[in-house]
Design a protein around this ligand. Structure first.
Ligand code: PAF
Length: 285
């Protein structure tokens, strides 16, 4: 495996200088926004980015505005050295890791909300979340001005919100999505999987299995409401502590649907111990 030393920069001025320089040389730019604690799924987004642009910038910033006070901001896994090492095996040209004081020199008075797409699902238990994500992603787009930006499909509601945000604000960036990367038992890779205790990790592997089975039943014509209720029961029986939501939504608009007349997505969030896990899968006839 070849490795390259990836420079880390911390300020908007530095990132703008570098981008201007690259753009003057005719290079195209891809941004992969992350909160660090990088794993294989992030690296796969970098690989996708490298297929679309000449220079890949990975941002690492644990964004305080998307965490509520009682959430895990303080214990969110942070290891910049390990992240830089992982990225040295990829085609990352630059790591942009601003400090909180660079990203938010004073509390932001601007708020962004993407109506309807941010209603329900993750917003029910994390009402502040998509406002914080929309704000930081918009700031990153203004700072880096990438030609493309890559986001994972695991955070499907986030992905659709960012697509809409970019359309609504005419931000000149193409949003590219990367498929969910999974462990051998189907668990979607996530930085928060590190929180799982060994017994919880075993249960966590059931999430995607139950989700896929449920999607299959819906595709085969089983009544949607009953099938979802039944799947919620199966999740609890499998050992999850709480089902935050399990819903069938239209893929594009994320509006609730009761009949399978368009491309749909089954989206789930569950709690196990102190960890909240997300997953989703397409439901297409
Ligand atoms: O998906 C994430 O890691 C974060 O929500 C993002 C998009 C980097 C914004 O902080």
């Amino acid at each position: 495996m070849t490795t390259n030393h990836v420079p880390i920069i911390r300020t908007v001025a530095e990132v703008r200088n570098q981008i201007t320089d690259w753009k003057n040389q005719g290079f195209t730019i891809a941004l992969v926004p992350t909160m660090g604690a990088l794993h294989r799924a992030h690296l796969s987004l970098v690989d996708i980015a490298a297929q679309h642009a000449d220079k890949v910038i990975v941002s690492i910033f644990v964004n305080p505005t998307q965490f509520a006070p009682q959430e895990d901001f303080d214990r969110y896994p942070k290891d910049e050295k390990a992240d830089a090492e992982s990225l040295s095996t990829t085609q990352t040209a630059l790591i942009y890791a601003p400090l909180d004081s660079e990203m938010y020199p004073s509390p932001s008075l601007t708020s962004l909300s993407v109506a309807s797409l941010s209603e329900g699902l993750c917003s029910n238990s994390r009402p502040h979340f998509f406002g914080g994500v929309s704000l930081v992603v918009t700031k990153l787009f203004m700072q880096v001005q990438p030609d493309i930006a890559v986001f994972g499909e695991k955070d499907f509601q986030q992905l659709q919100i960012i697509r809409q945000l970019v359309r609504d604000l005419d931000i000149p960036v193409d949003i590219v999505s990367g498929p969910t990367v999974r462990e051998d038992d189907g668990l979607a890779m996530s930085s928060r999987n590190k929180y799982l205790q060994p017994d919880e990790r075993l249960v966590a592997g059931q999430l995607n299995k139950i989700l896929r089975k449920t999607a299959r039943s819906v595709i085969d014509g089983a009544p949607i409401d009953e099938t979802l209720l039944d799947a919620e029961k199966r999740l609890i029986m499998a050992g999850f502590d709480k089902v935050d939501y399990l819903e069938l939504r239209a893929s594009e608009t994320l509006l609730p649907i009761t009949r399978l007349t368009q491309e749909a997505r089954l989206l789930v969030a569950v709690h196990i111990g102190k960890t909240r896990l997300l997953d989703n899968c397409p439901v297409v006839q």
